[in-house]
Design a protein around this ligand. Sequence first.
Ligand code: FE2
Length: 413
Amino acid sequence: MPDLLLRHCNLHRQTAPVDIAITAGKIEAIGESLSLTASQEIDCTNLLVTAPFIEPHIHLDSVLAAGQPRFNGSGTLFEGIQIWGERKHSLTYEDVQKRALAALKLMAGHGVLYVRTHVDVTEPSLVALDALLDLSRQVKDWMTLQVVAFPQDGIFSRKENMSLLETALQRGAHVVGGIPHYELTREDGVQSIHHIFDLAERFDRLIDVHCDEIDDDQSRFVEVIVAEAIKRGNGERVSASHTTAFGSYNDAYAYKFMGFLRRTNVNFIANPLINITLQGRMDTYPKRRGLTRIKELWQSGVNICVGQDCIYDPWYIFGTGSLIGVAYMTVHVAQMTGLDEIDACFDMITGNSAKALHLDDYGLQVGNPANIVVLPTKNAFDSLRLQVTPRYVISRGKIIAETIPAQTNITIK
Ligand code: FE2
């Protein structure tokens, strides 16, 4: 007998409702009108049932640390890096774990059950790395957490950073990160990408590089990443995060580059909430949006997903933990307002991220872990239009969060 049965579920892009049976933490059966009884049943009539949301890009070491030691007055990326540079000297294991766990719980309530976090590994104690790697083991019964070793200040900008990055991988970081546009010279930036690819091969890791997060139309490290992925044939294991300069490249160059992209399977990860506020700060008017070409990448068949990047930290003072909010913002800033485009934005917080993160147990399929989100709307469009919070979040077969929708009584006639 199943432990839990979800009846009459509407699935994304599927017309006929189905039942989903869950046994011992896994999806046991999916089908129309299953003749089974369970210890607990939930009627999902008119509700959208989906695989969980995936956060492909966040910095859990700095979440919930805004104002410490001061708020970002200019709102720029570089003042954020400066403030973080001051804050990170006082990081402790407990401090990082406490804030990161609070953020993970916040996200779980919004149906996020898979998270990729970057962690700054240019801080010599590597205390944040240790805290997050341990946390990934502590939360594994309800959350899957991938940790990226991220050299925030650059790999070659200080002597010890190269060995810190390597130590982070030896300690178990799941992904190699980088920041070529913040290396001291263009040559160092190019060299850093070769180094990242070498490390990924040596340690058998995925790659996720903060790339061209600047409005400089000459910042073109993404082409180096794509060239390296073409030569090494490992594009599907590589993600280029932010790539905001791509929004400033001239169309002739962008068109040529899109052709190169089709020769590889490099994933793109955009962070529209934060980059719409961070970028374009040096512009007067017209003021650039400072985002990568989300819509055009999607139209070209490139795997693109979207993340939050920050929750209440030195770079971004807002953030709720909701990826529905991120998809909603994507619809606006990428001008993806057609119905199929809105559905595509829903894909960017679900299946597309699963592909980028190489999740092999993701999706509503028999045999997979029962990681399921029930939304209080009948389709993806309405979930974005109304920016809903999940009614139920089920992780490994257990209901771990439940939200009773607020009810507003209108008293005027
Ligand atoms: Fe980031």
